[in-house]
Ligand binder design. Structure first.
Ligand code: PLP
Length: 379
């Protein structure tokens, strides 16, 4: 048996996305060419842009296609900062590395705002930092909608109000939230917002940045003026078509969130019944419907990953991008989880195709490994 419980790392490709990409592969054309094939490719991009814009509540012209969530986050952060003469970056302590690392490359001061033990940004600390900036500062805050490891949902709109009040800007990383909860630019008060196709069943290496009306953005990739001069390079037409098809179905599937949350809660309570000492990381905060992050005393994450893999279950520890490194993640440490517990945290992330019998089989296999490692010799 092979059961995939790692949807936050990547979601299986949707049939609709695959079909849309194959159709484009079979009808090549450069969207910058004036002939019929080029115009067809251009029309596919225009259609896709309308789909993304409508899903994210942006104007059609305010969506820029990129090669993934990482590039969309880099472009939002660095492009906003450059075009608007920002003076400081402010990032939450649980941002993805593509935000934290990119912020360090611009030569501006980078301030990190702590999160509470529930994983939510400390808004009082944010306000205090904003208050200490010089009067002519133009801060740029980067805050994710929801965390990839814990699923904890951030109070983005409140943070946006605070930073706007201070004359600044906000870039929102909605890569994990998109497709798992409503993600609308205006509701969040975002100036720019990044999403990624492969997290919603579209192709890997495909993303988009949505901009609020009138937002100035400097490019980070220069070339032939594609994407209205905001991102140079021949567009990935199959990827863009696949992203749009995945978006269409993912938006319909938002109705499934309640059902998936019930499955996640079932899994959570069954695992806690097996290991009552385990800690649900972020369990007291609002969370994405599909995510469970569990830290179990005495049960190392790499042991869990390996024994679950052998039993046919795919789960992960830390974020997928940093897997291979078996050490406590930045997110766990930022939430002040004690070091030994932090290194035991695993993430189980569900999706549309997850069934309760699969979760029950997972609990049985996990319980067996837990008993072997943690209860050996007791009783
Ligand atoms: N932001 C978050 C919160 C993520 O979870 C990820 C991927 O894991 C990314 C950004 C990067 O997206 P991509 O894999 O499309 O580059």
């Amino acid at each position: 048996m092979s059961v995939y419980l790692d949807y936050n790392a990547t979601a299986p490709l949707r049939a609709e996305a695959r079909a849309a990409m194959l159709a484009v592969f079979d009808a090549p054309g450069n969207p910058s060419s004036v002939h019929e094939a080029g115009r067809r490719a251009r029309a596919a991009i225009d259609d896709a842009r309308r789909t993304l814009a409508s899903a994210l509540g942006a104007a059609d012209g305010d969506v820029v296609f990129t090669a993934g969530g990482t590039e969309a986050n880099n472009l939002g952060l660095l492009g906003l900062a450059k075009a608007n003469d920002c003076t400081h970056f402010i990032v939450s302590a649980v941002e993805h590395s593509c935000i934290r690392v990119a912020a360090g490359t611009a030569g501006l001061p980078v301030e990190t705002i702590a999160v509470t033990s529930d994983g939510m940004i400390d808004l009082e600390e944010l306000q205090a930092r904003l208050d200490t900036l010089p009067g002519d500062a133009r801060p740029l805050l980067a805050l994710m909608t929801a965390n990839n490891e814990t699923g904890v949902i951030q109070p983005v709109q409140q943070a946006a109000n605070m930073v706007h009040e201070a004359g600044g800007f906000i870039h929102v990383d909605a890569v994990q939230a998109f497709g798992k909860m409503p993600v609308r630019l205006a509701d969040m008060g975002a100036d720019t917002l990044a999403v990624s196709a492969h997290k919603i069943g579209g192709p890997m290496g495909m993303g988009a940045l949505a901009l609020a009306c009138g937002t100035k953005l400097a490019p980070t990739a220069f070339g032939g003026g594609q994407e209205s001069g905001r991102r140079g390079g021949t567009e990935n037409v199959p990827g863009i078509a696949g992203f749009a098809a995945a978006t269409n179905t993912a938006m319909k599937d938002l109705d499934e969130c309640e059902r998936i949350a019930a499955l996640r809660d079932h899994l959570q309570s069954r695992l806690l019944a097996v290991a009552p000492g385990a800690v649900v990381v972020g369990g007291n905060a609002p969370r994405l419907c599909n995510t469970l992050c569990l830290a179990t005393p005495g049960f190392a994450a790499d042991t869990q990953l390996m024994s679950m893999d052998l039993a046919g279950f795919a789960i992960s520890s830390g974020s997928a991008c940093s897997s291979g490194k078996v050490k406590a993640s930045v997110v766990m440490l930022a939430m002040n989880l004690p070091g030994d517990l932090a290194a035991n945290a695993v993430r189980i992330s569900l999706g549309k195709n997850t069934r309760q019998d699969e979760l029950d089989a997972f609990v049985a296999a996990w319980g067996e490994a837990y008993g072997r490692v943690c209860l050996k010799g007791s009783g």
